[in-house]
Design a protein around this ligand. Structure first.
Ligand SMILES: [Zn+2]
Ligand SMILES: [Zn+2]
Length: 398
């Protein structure tokens, strides 16, 4: 496919844009949380109805897997769009704003679904030229429910590579940004109960005061991350919750701490886990108190495959022009469950700019005022499609 063909693809994406926008707005108005998203699933199935796709519905959640078989056999590319909203109020004033109190599509997953459905239509129209399979993965439960992991465990068709788009209201419309290697962090959560012996605050020597022990733990955890984690492979440890005590003259029995750990490599992630246990246990021993640590593992590091990321960036340049593609100087410390999919097969995630025209100070994802420029979705649908078309061409040549 020559340069001109990708221009034609942009025109085709603009032709399906009214359907893409309509689907996005309907999902936006009726957002759903977590793993069970029946209304969202119904809208996806309606949008795919009549297309030459094999549809599989997951039972463990509302996931939808739609497979397109090209005219000839070849490798399989998975394209992913996540489906779920966030438990938060919406204050955008949009005419199609959320009709469900306390639930909002503030991370743009409504647009992810709509762009992927648009790409499904565009790729179905080009089925005759495809040498391979495209798996369109509509996945619920990204916001903390590990929906991708659940769908992998329940079973997905085998795939050779995977690609996903996440919108960003901070980037100019019609641009993309990505990077090779880690693009998003791992996210783990810990809780710690420091248990001493309570008593009268005037007589600490008759108690085992958990408060100074907890205070020392907080300081030591920060120091440990600063001293033991290499600056070139960083981590974040934040103690973001502390609770203990009821009165000024009472030493409490226990103090609770909680926080999060972010890292950009498996080695650093494990180093911080080990240090968390060691530092807390050591300080507890020094103070003669007990400490229980509960570490919950969250999403792993989202790691773009360097070769696939280079390929996707090249497709982006062809589609959007050289000025439309940025390499991110550093990863973001947020997390994504697309990471589980990238542990199965090489692939990449890219951020797609959807900054509203003339907006100097756009509200980011997860803001109650987050707005996205819907024109950007045409680029997203075209990018999914272009990545698939070029993927099969490259593999056929290889
Ligand atoms: Zn989010
Ligand atoms: Zn998101």
């Amino acid at each position: 496919m020559a340069m001109g063909d990708l221009k034609a693809l942009l025109a085709a994406a603009h032709a399906v844009q009214p359907e893409v926008v309509s689907l996005r707005r309907r999902i936006h108005a009726e957002p759903e949380l977590g793993l069970e998203l029946p209304a969202t699933r119904a809208k996806i199935l309606e949008a795919l109805d009549g297309l030459p796709l094999e549809i599989a519905l997951h039972e463990s959640c509302s996931g939808v897997v739609a497979t397109l078989r090209g005219a000839a056999d070849g490798p399989t590319l998975l394209l992913r769009g996540d489906m779920d909203a966030l438990p938060m109020p919406e204050d955008t004033g949009l005419p199609f704003r959320s009709q469900r109190e306390g639930v909002m599509h503030a991370c743009g997953h409504d647009s992810h679904v709509a762009m992927l459905a648009g790409a499904a239509k565009l790729l179905c129209e080009r089925r005759e030229s495809l040498r391979g399979q495209v798996v369109f993965l509509f996945q619920p439960g990204e916001e903390g429910f590990a929906g991708a992991k659940l769908m992998l465990e329940e079973g997905l068709p085998n795939f050779d590579s995977a690609f996903a788009i996440h919108i960003s209201p901070l980037l100019p419309c019609g641009t993309i940004a990505t990077r090779p290697g880690p693009i998003l962090a791992s996210a783990d959560f810990f809780e710690c109960v420091v248990r001493g012996r309570g008593g009268h605050a005037s007589m600490p020597h008759d108690c085992r005061d958990p408060i100074p022990a907890a205070a020392e733990m907080i300081g030591a955890l920060q120091t440990f991350v600063g001293r033991e984690v290499p600056a070139s492979d960083p981590a974040v440890l934040s103690v973001s919750k502390i609770r203990g005590g009821t009165a000024a003259n009472v030493i409490p029995e226990s103090v609770e701490l909680a926080g999060t750990i972010r890292a950009l490599s498996r080695q650093t992630r494990e180093k911080v886990h080990e240090g968390l246990h060691r530092v807390i246990a050591g300080i507890a021993a020094a103070h003669g108190v007990e400490a229980e640590v509960d570490l919950q593992l969250g999403y792993p590091v989202t790691e773009n495959d360097a070769a696939f990321e280079g390929f996707a960036r090249g497709v982006g340049r062809e589609l959007l022009g050289p000025a439309g593609v940025f390499e991110m100087p550093a990863p973001m410390m947020g997390a994504e469950d697309f990471s589980y999919i990238l542990q199965r097969a090489p692939g990449a995630m890219v951020f797609l700019g959807v900054r509203p025209e003339g907006e100097r100070n756009p509200a980011p994802c997860h803001s109650n005022r987050m707005l996205l420029a819907e024109e950007g979705m045409a680029f997203g649908a075209a990018l999914h499609t272009a990545v698939a078309l070029r993927f099969f061409e490259e593999r056929a040549r290889a």
